[in-house]
Design a protein around this ligand. Structure first.
Ligand code: SF4
Length: 328
């Protein structure tokens, strides 16, 4: 039986942090044997929040370097830029005719974006964001899309657009699958200040951070504010460092829980244990990253190769689309 096809992507935001890794990348790597994966660099999507294009290319290279260093295999999982496959924008245009403005205004992620980013003047690109995302997925006939809970409304819109196109133009034989969402299994990792992890806030640990930097950053991480001195009893359930232990040091969690509550364990020692586990996890990634940093052309070649593979599928889908629409 042929492997199902997965389409997943990220906006090129530069170096990846632990939140990106646990929220998406780790999952992509785990799925690359079971599925046929395609990984999109969503460089046009960047424009919805930042019109400056100065850093898109360098951010793309940094991000892909982290993807490869973390274990994404470009032979199994082609990597390509949205902007370089013109069929994305063509299918986006066609899908834009198949969905109402009212439906896009009801999209809950639009409301969140307006609130979180303090957007005063909504542009068409904000409204059309999930339509472009649907084109990204369906151009490759993606059957499975790994997402976090916040992206579920976009998958629903993708499914609706697939149904609408199929019913409008392909009564005989549908061409687009209705993709399923595959939920990532680890809840969002908070930043060092306990808030959402984000580079713009400066509360991240990057996959490319050296061991010393990880230690320095962990030293500043928030803990239980009631545990002021080493021997004060602590409350692991309100402590960020404990959340990190649960992910990076699960075998010691029961002991840390007991020793924190009894006051035997101080926060400084607890943070150093945590830093050491994170550094252990990052060591092979750092090493692999160095080899790509020393040979950036290899990263560029990998992207070019991924774009050639993606282009082949995109062109073939658009031939079908044109045939079904009796255009061209
Ligand atoms: S001892 Fe560890 S788990 Fe307890 S409050 Fe301090 S850092 Fe958090």
């Amino acid at each position: 039986m042929p492997k199902k096809r997965i389409l997943s992507g990220m906006r090129p935001t530069g170096k990846m942090h632990l939140g990106n890794y646990l929220g998406a990348l780790e999952n992509w790597i785990a799925l690359q044997d079971e599925y046929q994966n395609y990984h999109l660099i969503a460089d046009y999507h960047v424009l919805t929040t930042n019109l400056s294009t100065d850093e898109i290319y360098s951010n793309t290279i940094e991000m892909v370097t982290d993807w490869l260093a973390a274990g994404l295999d470009p032979q199994k999982s082609p990597i390509f830029r949205q902007s370089q496959i013109k069929e994305h924008t063509e299918l986006f245009l066609i899908f834009s005719m198949l969905i109402t403005k009212a439906r896009l205004e009801r999209n809950p992620t639009l409301k969140e974006q307006v609130r979180d980013l303090n957007i005063e003047n909504l542009i068409y690109g904000h409204l059309g964001y999930p339509v472009l995302q649907a084109a990204d997925i369906l151009l490759y006939k993606g059957e499975v899309v790994p997402v976090g809970e916040d992206q579920l409304p976009h998958i629903e819109i993708t499914r609706e657009l697939a149904r609408k196109f199929n019913s409008q133009y392909c009564q005989d034989a549908p061409i687009f699958p209705e993709p399923e969402a595959k939920m990532t299994n680890f809840a969002r990792l908070p930043g060092l200040d306990g808030q959402r992890m984000s580079k713009s806030v400066g509360n991240t640990i990057l996959l490319s951070d050296s061991p010393d930097i990880v230690i320095q950053k962990l030293k500043k991480a928030v803990t239980d504010p009631q545990k002021m001195r080493k021997n004060d009893p602590g409350r692991p359930e309100v402590c960020l460092v404990f959340t990190y232990h649960k992910k990076f040091n699960p075998s010691e969690v029961p002991e840390i829980d007991t020793n924190c509550r009894s006051g035997v364990l101080g926060c400084v020692d607890c943070k150093m244990k945590c830093a050491s586990k994170i550094n252990e996890m990052l060591a092979p990634i750092l090493e692999k990253r160095k080899s790509y940093e020393n040979n950036v052309n290899k990263v560029v070649d990998i992207i070019n190769d991924g774009e050639a593979k993606a282009k082949e599928i995109a062109e073939s889908t658009m031939i079908e689309v044109h045939q079904k629409m009796k255009i061209g």
